[in-house]
Design a binder for this molecule. Structure first.
Ligand code: NAD
Length: 262
């Protein structure tokens, strides 16, 4: 271990963080920042090949990086994931429920029961399941922290997604508040970040397909006049996960350039 790595290790005090959906985008930016703070991390995503690229990127910063491939809305996958964290690390201090996304912007009338199932499963049920299975490990630390990644769409109307995504992300905010109330006495803080549009590869592709008129309108609605970078969302997530936010629980932090001021 180099001196720089040893110093980072001290800063994170050897804590272990799990970040779901971290092969790219906001999840990967969060993983990078946690690794730089000295956390040992476990990242998940659905595709093994995507994860391998992310792990190589992160191990260049710190060797304490593990990965687990699978759908984190699948109970079997989640049970195996948490069991492997227990076996390999023996502790879990931070969970970032980041996995999610929206895949269409259909009208309500066009959404099928399968669309609803897929979107609620990917954005809400995955966070619920990971949190529930991880709970005994989190309780054992005495001061753990959970950060859920919602969306500005869960706080306000949107032009970028459909009712299923908005309902799932609003559900995550309600879940955050109620869980914070329940887990406060166990020393576990539960918070949420609600990002505005953030320039990841998935979003960039969909944005480029939007008519120029709509793009101009969306940008005009952001006081800071631009979209977020993944690193800017990661900074808010890591703040809420850290001891710097030791008296914050049940909160949803809007990180949207002023596009919605709650
Ligand atoms: P992305 O598509 O770039 O990356 C998503 C990651 O999640 C990938 O690693 C993917 O494999 C993983 N993933 C998705 N579903 C999963 C599942 N069921 N099990 C395991 N892994 C899964 O996404 P992003 O744009 O970085 O978004 C990250 C989070 O932020 C999502 O919850 C998204 O809804 C939210 N968000 C994004 C934006 C934005 O503009 N990018 C805005 C608001 C909220």
């Amino acid at each position: 271990m180099t001196t720089e790595q040893a110093a980072m290790s001290l800063a994170g005090e050897d804590r272990v963080a799990l970040i779901t959906g971290a092969s790219r985008g906001i999840g990967l930016a969060t993983a990078r920042l946690l690794v730089r703070r000295g956390y040992r991390i476990v990242i998940t995503a659905r595709q093994e090949s995507d994860l391998a690229r992310a792990v190589a990127d992160l191990r260049a910063l710190h060797p304490g990086v593990s990965s687990y491939a699978g759908d984190c809305a699948d109970p079997g996958v989640v049970n195996d994931l948490i069991r492997s964290i227990q076996r390999d690390f023996g502790r879990l201090d931070v969970v970032v429920n980041n996995a999610g996304g929206s895949h269409h912007a259909s009208d309500f009338a066009a959404l099928s029961p399968e669309d609803w199932d897929q979107t609620l499963r990917q954005n809400l049920k995955s966070a619920v399941m990971v949190t529930q299975v991880a709970l005994p490990l989190l309780k054992a630390t005495g001061s753990a922290s959970i950060v859920n990644v919602s969306s500005k769409a869960g706080r306000h109307r949107t032009d970028m997604a459909a009712c299923d995504y908005v309902a799932a992300k609003a559900g995550l905010i309600g879940f955050t508040r109620q869980l914070a109330q329940e887990l406060g006495p166990c020393g576990i803080r539960v918070n949420c970040v609600a990002p505005g549009i953030t320039v990841t590869a998935r979003v960039e592709q969909r944005w480029d397909q939007r008519p120029e008129r709509i793009r101009a309108q969306v940008i005009a609605g952001i006081p800071l006049g631009r979209f977020a970078r993944p690193e800017e969302i990661a900074a808010a997530i890591v703040f809420l996960a850290s001891d710097e936010a030791s008296y914050i629980t049940g909160a949803t932090l809007d990180v949207n350039g002023g596009a919605f001021m709650g």
